[in-house]
Write a protein that binds this ligand. Structure first.
Ligand SMILES: Cc1ncc(COP(=O)(O)O)c(C=O)c1O
Length: 395
């Protein structure tokens, strides 16, 4: 589209700013591209990277044969989604407290498929105790560690304690002693492939090293995941769910034939971080607009709000990036601020004009806005509540 700035500006005429926008035309294109990248493998939608029920529903309904339930980021979130007609909910992170888990049990009794995650024996013992107390058979999934290490480098994340077969065997023995649990899945998330960009213009000097580490890691990851699945089988567990990957690793995770579903979330909105991968490109479907409220000197406008920095290790790529007009730049000494964000520009910007920014990480944008303004074909089609807009603050 030639004049994208004016396209969105016209749509937002009369809207309150700041506002978050999801362009459904772009979202639909990203959905198609992601389905194509998965080449027939099932996709579990990572809800943390969407955080809006209307958008989750649109994605799931677009290709029911490919999209296979949700990967939730919190047990309370899964309980809320189950109450709203969502099913097949894998809670991808362990939770301990009864208060956080308790709302799941009535939903499981109603027949909803909800699977809890763990890696330590204590996780499963705790789940077993609660399952007994609430009178349910609880489906559980193992989270195995997919990190790789090289001399002096830990390439991966610190999450699961299950790094080798003997550790896995010990946990399987614990699960065998838990009559109220049904082990039905294994997840191995290769964060260092899926979540680490390898074409980051802000750290261009380490991109070749990351690419090399990724290349060296992939075969190790696949053989570890395969060996762990095989051990579960040998120990008598019939696993129907083997999950791996994320937006950044669809192609390589596909190659691991032990995996029967790939988790994907960020690619749908395609935030800034996902511009910085060599092997795929999606289009920005979600972004936000702030309003020019001051003009302190020629070529500099100041907008209200805008400082929505993303989580994780700090780097330039976590800072919101001006999107439209295309010549707008942040000012180094101020960047995107708590209440005001000044920008440098050559294009004409008047008081009241919107400036569009993109967020670093997909779902976190929704923690700043009650609604997503859904637009299609030059019009606002819906105002969809985010989790935050529903009054939900899970983490
Ligand atoms: C367990 C798990 N799987 C998959 C993903 C990938 O999600 P996305 O596609 O949003 O990068 C994540 C992201 O953190 C995750 O924690």
């Amino acid at each position: 589209m030639k004049d994208r700035y004016n396209y969105y500006k016209n749509i937002l005429e009369g809207e309150r700013l700041p506002a978050a926008i999801v362009d459904l035309d772009v979202l639909d294109k990203n959905i198609e591209d992601i389905v194509r990248r998965a080449r027939g493998k099932k996709i579990r939608v990572a809800s943390k990277s969407v955080r809006c029920r209307a958008v989750l529903r649109r994605i799931l309904d677009s290709h029911p044969e490919t999209f296979n339930g949700l990967m939730c980021f919190s047990a309370e979130e899964a309980a809320d989604l189950a109450a709203h007609d969502f099913d097949n909910l894998l809670v991808a992170y362990p939770y301990i407290r009864e208060l956080q888990l308790v709302r799941l049990f009535p939903k499981i009794k109603e027949g909803k498929e909800i699977i809890l995650m763990g890696d330590l024996p204590e996780h499963f013992e705790n789940y077993n105790r609660l399952a007994e107390k609430y009178g349910v058979k609880l489906k559980v999934c193992l989270d195995i560690d997919m990190s790789t290490s090289f001399p002096g480098i830990w390439f991966g994340v610190f999450r699961s304690s299950l790094r080798d077969l003997s550790q896995l065997k010990r946990v399987l023995n614990t699960i065998k002693e838990c009559p109220h649990l049904e082990l039905m899945g294994l997840m191995g998330y290769e964060a260092q492939i899926a979540g680490v960009c390898d074409s980051n213009p802000h750290t261009w000097f380490i991109n070749p090293i990351i690419k090399l580490l990724k290349k060296l890691s992939i075969s190790k990851i696949h053989s570890r995941r395969k060996a762990m699945v095989e051990l579960c089988k040998r120990e008598g567990f019939d696993l129907s769910l083997i999950n791996g990957g994320g937006t950044g690793s669809i192609e390589s995770t596909f190659e691991d034939e032990s995996v029967n579903e790939i988790a994907v979330g960020s690619g749908f909105y395609s935030p800034i971080l996902f511009d910085y991968y060599d092997s795929f490109h999606h289009q920005p479907a979600a972004f936000y607009a702030v309003e020019v409220t001051r003009k302190s000197q020629a070529g500099i406008s100041t907008c209200a709000g805008g400082g929505y920095v993303a989580s994780g290790s700090m780097g330039r790529e976590k800072i919101p990036t001006p999107f439209l007009p295309t010549d707008v730049k942040l000012i180094e000494n101020e960047m995107a601020g708590e209440v005001q964000t000044p920008v440098r520009h050559t294009s004409k910007l008047e008081l009241g004009d919107p400036v569009f920014f993109r967020h670093g990480k997909a779902g976190e944008l929704c923690e700043r806005f009650n609604d997503l303004i859904l637009v299609q074909n030059g019009q606002v089609t819906e105002r969809a509540r985010t989790y935050r807009g529903e009054g939900k603050c899970y983490l």
